[in-house]
Design a protein around this ligand. Structure first.
Ligand SMILES: Nc1ncnc2c1ncn2[C@@H]1O[C@H](COP(=O)(O)OP(=O)(O)OP(=O)(O)O)[C@@H](O)[C@H]1O
Length: 265
């Protein structure tokens, strides 16, 4: 069992007001935690703190009870994979998509060694899992933004970590690939991975039946089950928009919709 714990975490950029303070969060193997919140509230910043990219202003992040910043980067990379927010990258010249995915094996390679046949097989299996097996030989900069996003998820799988932290993992994906990635996330959690993701779609949290956290513009952070957090009141307050969670009679699925009537009144 691996756990990542944030205790009394605060972070603010330079002289700006803190984006969050006294933030507590716990992620453990087998759990899916979904973070929601409007643009610019600090979700990516929080993930950067949780993965050790940023040093928090105060508080600490513990990986299995050890301060994240006390753990060597290579050791950390065997435990936590981070899939940052997607930005189409056309600069990685001379990398095939397979070689890009193979970067995920870096924590396991000794200095001046090259990936083994087994590593290549893992890369091809991960590309296939993400539905892009046929793109392995393509230059990384030449594939689409969505295909790059799928490859970045494949790369995280190659790290064989205990926890995977995704920043908006479906932001560039068509609806079929969104479902593919959400199913993969579910499958990963079932096989023991701890998953933390940010998303702009509350329906993803419902679909994943995740532990849900919301971060709002005032820096308030709250966590609970979908039933506790995905209420009309909480969602409407977080997004400052009239939102309703309704049940679709045909499928009995809960879904989040905009209350158009309230907007028009
Ligand atoms: N390197 C930086 N230096 C200064 N301010 C920053 C930096 N990175 C982000 N910010 C600011 O911090 C705030 C939070 O940004 P962040 O990217 O964490 O938000 P977010 O919730 O992930 O947003 P989005 O949903 O739009 O991706 C924003 O106001 C942003 O402008």
């Amino acid at each position: 069992m691996t756990t990542l714990t944030a205790q009394h975490l605060a972070f603010g950029y330079r002289s700006q007001r803190p984006l969050f303070q006294e933030l507590n969060l716990n992620l453990k193997s087998g759990q899916i935690n979904c973070i929601l919140g409007p643009n610019g509230v600090g979700k990516s910043t929080l993930l950067n703190c949780l993965t050790g990219v940023y040093q928090p202003t105060s508080g600490q992040v513990l990986l299995d009870d050890v301060d994240l910043h006390q753990i060597a980067a290579q050791k950390r990379a065997k435990k936590i994979a981070y899939v940052p927010q997607m930005s189409t990258d056309r600069t990685m010249v001379n990398f095939s998509l397979r070689d890009y995915v193979l970067l995920g094996r870096a924590p396991y390679l000794k200095l001046l060694t090259t990936p083994s046949a087994a590593d290549y097989a893992k890369a091809d299996a991960a590309l296939a899992k993400l539905g892009i097996a046929e793109l392995g030989d393509q230059p990384y900069p030449a594939v689409s933004g969505g295909q790059q996003q799928l490859a970045s998820i494949a790369r995280a799988l190659l790290q064989e970590p205990a926890l995977i932290i995704f920043d908006e993992p479906t932001s560039a994906l068509d609806v079929a690939n969104q479902v593919r990635v959400l199913h993969l996330i579910q499958q990963l959690a079932t096989t023991g991975y701890g998953i933390l993701l940010t998303t702009h779609d509350p329906n993803q949290a419902l679909l994943l039946n995740a532990v849900v956290s919301t971060l709002d513009k005032a820096g308030h952070f709250q966590t609970g089950s979908t039933t506790e957090i995905l209420t009309n009141e909480t969602l409407s307050a977080v997004y400052q928009l009239p939102l309703r969670v309704v049940t679709i009679p045909e499928t009995n699925q809960r879904t989040c919709v905009v209350d158009q009537q309230q907007i028009e009144n």
